[in-house]
Design a protein around this ligand. Structure first.
Ligand SMILES: [Ca+2]
Length: 175
């Protein structure tokens, strides 16, 4: 009877609601970019490079995901927005340990810059937030054992594979 008259009102109300939901969701998504999405048996990771590696982005930075200390997959590092992303198939639902390994290739070998470990619980169709911030980074890797980490040396432009090459400012402080 009055349905015809009501419909436009309901339709526009839905439109307003959708708009409101979109407005609420956009900032939420912007805040929770570091996430693991689990769909079927596939784990999809998306997160921002931590500032220690991403601000500015280290040239040639690469990242790998190690799942439960066993399976390794290469992640994509974007030099456009500093995002890091990747996926792994055949992942069982439940608890997992994620290790992200950041490195560059120098003299044909992987030079480890930092690692971060985080736990995640995945369930079908869910998106879980993950914490992969600067505070949780282990940067204690020193290939030439000169007392300066690989990351500090790469940032300083010294040779992380040569113990006689290390940051000048720090060298003065040490002497
Ligand atoms: Ca060093």
């Amino acid at each position: 009877m009055m349905f015809g008259a009501h419909r436009p009102g309901i339709t526009s109300l839905r439109g307003v609601l959708r708009f409101c939901v979109a407005c609420l969701c956009l900032p939420l998504f912007a805040c929770s970019q570091d996430s693991v999405e689990y769909d079927g048996d596939r784990m999809i990771l998306s997160f921002m490079a931590p500032a220690a590696l991403g601000d500015p982005l280290i040239a040639g930075l690469r990242a790998q995901l190690i799942l439960d200390g066993q399976r390794v997959v290469e992640l994509s590092v974007s030099d456009i927005d500093n995002s890091i992303s990747g996926r792994m198939d055949n992942v069982a639902p439940g608890d997992h340990v994620l290790i992200v390994r950041y490195f560059i290739v120098l003299a044909d070998t992987d030079l480890l810059l930092a690692t971060v470990v985080t736990d995640v619980t995945v369930a079908d169709g869910q998106i879980s937030e993950i914490i992969l911030t600067d505070n949780d980074l282990n940067r204690d890797y020193d290939a030439d054992i000169d007392g300066f980490s690989n990351l500090v040396e790469v940032r300083s432009g010294t040779d992380p594979l040569d113990s006689s090459s290390f940051p000048a400012a720090l060298q003065t402080a040490v002497l």
